[in-house]
Design a protein around this ligand. Structure first.
Ligand code: GSH
Length: 215
C-alpha cells in the first residue's frame, strides 16, 4: 500500500494519521511541494489517479483512490481494528457529520485567511475569524461531557486536529480558556499516531522560515 501525501497537506495529514492509528504497513510518499510552485510538477500517480490533481491518493493493488474521507472509509473496511468509526448507526452518522463539518464548514475559513495573508483589517478575514471562533466554542461545549468529538475517538477528531492546526497557523488559534477544547488538543497530541504528523507539519513551516502555531 502506498499513500501519497504532501509536506504541508491538511488532507494528506488526515490520511497519514489514520494509517498510523491502524498500524498499517504502508509506504508514505511525500510528493514534491514548495511554497512557491506548490504541487508543480505534479506527481505522476496523482496526475493519473486523481482528476482533481490533489493529494492524498492511496494505491493498494487495484484500488487507486483519492480524497481523505474516501481513504478513511477504505481503511475502515479493510482494517476494521482498531475501529475509527463508532459502532452504533446513530453514533456513526454523527461522527461522519462531524468529520465532514471539520473539512467543509470549519476549514474553508482557513482558505479565506490564507487569501488575505493574515491581514486582519480585511472584512473577509474578520468574518472568517469570527466563524472560526464560533466553531471553537461549539466544539468546546461539545467536549464538556466527552473526551472526543463523537464520544469515541474517531476520524472526526483526526480531521479536526489537522484543520485546527492549519487555522491556528494563519492566526485562528483557539482561546486557551476554552478548557475542554484545550484538554482535547492535549489528549490528541498525546496520541503516538497524531503527534509525529502534526510535528512534521510544524517543522516544515519552521524550516521554510514560517512561524508554526503552538501545539
Ligand atoms: N477533499 C479532498 C481535498 C484534497 C486537497 O484539497 N488537497 C490539497 C492539499 S491539502 C491539494 O492537493 N491541492 C492541490 C493544489 O493546490 O494544487 C480530500 O479530502 O482529500
Amino acid at each position: 500500500m502506498k499513500l501519497l501525501s504532501g509536506p504541508l497537506s491538511m488532507f494528506g495529514a488526515k490520511a497519514q494519521i489514520a494509517v498510523a492509528e491502524k498500524g498499517i504497513d504502508c509506504e508514505i510518499e511525500m510528493v514534491s511541494f514548495t511554497l512557491k510552485d506548490r504541487y508543480s510538477p505534479l506527481h505522476p500517480d496523482v496526475l493519473r489517479v486523481n482528476p482533481k490533481k490533489q493529494v492524498p491518493v492511496l494505491i493498494d493493488g487495484p484500488v487507486e483512490i483519492f480524497d481523505s474521507t474516501q481513504i478513511f472509509e477504505y481503511l475502515e473496511d479493510k482494517f476494521p481494528k482498531p475501529a475509527l468509526w463508532p459502532s452504533g448507526v446513530e453514533a456513526r452518522a454523527i461522527a461522519r457529520l462531524m468529520e465532514l463539518k471539520s473539512d467543509e464548514v470549519f476549514f474553508p475559513s482557513f482558505a479565506v485567511l490564507l487569501q488575505a495573508l493574515g491581514d486582519t483589517q480585511e472584512p473577509e478575514t474578520q468574518s472568517a475569524l469570527a466563524k472560526i471562533t464560533a466553531y471553537y466554542r461549539e466544539m468546546d461545549a461539545l467536549l464538556a461531557d466527552r473526551d472526543y468529538i463523537a464520544g469515541d475517538y474517531t476520524y472526526a477528531d483526526i480531521a479536526f486536529i489537522c484543520a485546527s492546526f492549519f487555522t491556528a497557523f494563519m492566526g485562528g488559534a483557539p482561546d486557551p480558556e476554552l478548557l475542554h477544547l484545550t484538554a482535547w488538543r492535549k489528549r490528541m497530541m498525546a496520541r503516538p499516531a497524531v503527534a509525529p504528523v502534526i510535528h512534521a507539519l510544524a517543522e516544515y513551516l519552521t524550516e521554510n522560515g514560517l512561524r508554526a502555531p503552538s501545539i
